[in-house]
Design a protein around this ligand. Structure first.
Ligand code: NAI
Ligand code: CS2
Length: 487
């Protein structure tokens, strides 16, 4: 069977939408750091639409800061790949032409810095996962003892981290008399724009205070809220697509029909006509961000840990269980009360739509994928609404059950006795809690101040709720606990 590339793409079935522009006439206006499934199914689709509309300034150069896998998938395909939006039996596939090339940063860091310093580049976007910012997840300060960040603090000759590449490229632009680019974080980080800005300013100040001041004055780091569920691609997805389109696309991504992007309207230099492309520009992203991180992502993490412990593979299987669905509704009852919804967001309708998205059985979104990097996700998803409720004297039983399930997950064995690797940068600090009593485990985990703010860790009522929930999860198993409480 043939592989997708520029030539074979001509044979794609008519039902596959394809670029209407001349790919060779496109300029590189965007460099994306952390080229992964999400960028390919979300931002790149918007840039592809901009190109289709005739504005040829918005081609993307993607970069991996770590492995060569994504380049090796895309290079033989000339950067072409497909996005398939699935819902039930419906599958809509489109060919994306926006990606012009992929760099593997560790192979030649200077090449990436040079690309980011090109005058035609106006946007640098990021999806490097929460841990890629090298920030303490609770407080947002740079983690100085991270080896890659330590190297970037020493020298930016061969940057290693996302903030390192941004500072090195901005230094080059400053020296060349160019404007900065707009830097857009598209990760599920809280206050992603200002956290990235602070990281960049701190690193720049360390190397050159004048550069720091120039970035502070002229740079732009708009906040964003990004939303589209994009599960990792599996071999079975590639085979199913091949059966539909007659070509092998090893760089394909699968997703849902829904897509949303809200950006703070604060750019330096040129940008695509985002408003015309369906992107919401606003003065205030925070209410959108809180709603999305606390409702969608908070529930996702609850499902990942409770479902993961119960041996439930996929999100849609979890919400198909009456107790699973009621647990999610219980989380939302608690989190929703902590929101200040933005104008245009109807919370009951939002909840109903989210449940529908979770129930999409064509996505096969693995609970284990979402469980990854919990230490980086808990603060904004579960701990922020817990703090807001405790401050108002409200109960947090369901949110605390989700946190207790994360604690139990750190023990590395599910309720069927199956062992797994806890995939989390702070796993060395959480390891061993399974050998302690529920009280000892909760005390030890709450003491990790990179995750739990002291005000929360010291709250006696919260601690007691966690101990009771962890003890119940250990004694009965996660499925029985949600069936007892919500069945
Ligand atoms: P992915 O695994 O396909 O890609 C992750 C990318 O991040 C890869 O390029 C990887 O090399 C890079 N990366 C990982 N750790 C890094 C580190 N320490 N430093 C620098 N780069 C690093 O994952 P995917 O699906 O693209 O998601 C990435 C991020 O996008 C998520 O963590 C989240 O913040 C955001 N996002 C994802 C959504 C999804 O449904 N997949 C939806 C909304 C946001
Ligand atoms: C998920 C998110 O993996 C996770 O942690 O909760 O990636 C989720 O799919 C997206 O935020 C949806 O927009």
């Amino acid at each position: 069977m043939k592989r997708l590339d520029e030539l074979t793409a001509l044979d794609l079935p008519a039902a596959v939408a394809r670029p209407a522009y001349d790919r060779h006439a496109v300029a590189t206006g965007i460099v994306h750091l952390g080229l992964g499934a999400f960028h390919k199914a979300h931002q790149a689709v918007v840039y592809d639409a901009a190109l289709n509309g005739g504005d040829l300034r918005w081609g993307v150069l993607g970069a991996s800061l770590r492995s060569r896998g994504v380049r090796d998938q895309l290079a033989p395909q000339g950067g072409l790949y497909t996005v398939t939006a699935r819902d039930g039996d419906d599958a809509q596939t489109r060919l994306i032409g926006a990606l012009q090339g992929v760099l593997v940063a560790p192979e030649d860091p200077a090449q990436l810095v040079a690309a980011m310093s090109d005058a035609q580049v106006h946007l640098v976007t990021l999806t490097v996962t929460e841990k890629g910012y090298k920030l303490d997840p609770a407080a947002g300060a740079l983690i100085h003892d991270d080896p890659d960040l330590a190297a970037d603090l020493k020298s930016l000759d061969r940057p290693r981290t996302a903030p390192g590449f941004i500072v090195a490229a901005l230094a080059k632009r400053h020296a060349a008399g160019l404007k900065p680019f707009t830097t857009l974080s598209c990760d599920n980080l809280p206050h992603n724009g200002s956290r990235l800005r602070e990281a960049v300013l701190a690193l720049a100040a360390h190397h050159d205070p004048a550069l720091r001041d120039w970035i502070d004055t002229h740079g732009a780091f708009p906040a964003t809220m990004v939303d589209r569920i994009v599960p990792a691609t599996e071999e079975a997805d590639i085979a199913a697509l091949e059966a539909r389109i007659g070509l092998i696309d090893r760089a394909m991504v699968k997703t849902e029909p829904f897509s949303q992007w809200v950006i703070e309207d604060r750019f330096v230099g040129e940008r695509p006509d985002f408003a015309a492309l369906g992107v919401q520009l606003t003065d205030s992203v925070a209410p959108w961000e809180d709603a999305k991180l606390r409702m969608l992502n908070g529930a996702h993490s609850g499902i990942a840990y409770v479902g993961g412990l119960a041996g439930i593979e996929f999100v849609h299987q979890f919400v198909a269980l009456p107790a699973g669905r009621a647990f999610v509704e219980g989380l939302w009852d608690e989190s929703a009360e902590t929101l200040s919804p933005p104008p245009g967001l109807d919370v009951p309708a939002y909840r109903a739509a989210l449940m529908g998205r979770f129930a999409n059985s064509a996505l096969n979104h693995r609970t284990r994928q979402i469980a990854m990097d919990g230490s980086q996700k808990l603060p904004q998803r579960l701990l922020a609404p817990i703090l807001a409720r405790l401050d108002r004297g409200l109960k947090v039983d369901t949110l605390a059950l989700a946190v207790a399930a994360w604690m139990r997950w750190q023990e590395g064995r599910d309720d069927n006795g199956e062992a797994y690797v806890v995939d989390d940068p702070l796993a060395p600090r959480t390891a061993g809690s399974g050998n302690l009593s529920a009280g000892g485990a909760v005390a030890g985990l709450l003491a990790i101040d990179a995750i739990f703010p002291p005000r929360l860790a010291e709250h006696p009522g919260f601690r007691k709720t966690l101990i009771d929930a962890l003890a119940a999860l250990r004694a009965k198993g996660a499925r029985a606990v949600i069936e007892d409480r919500f069945g």
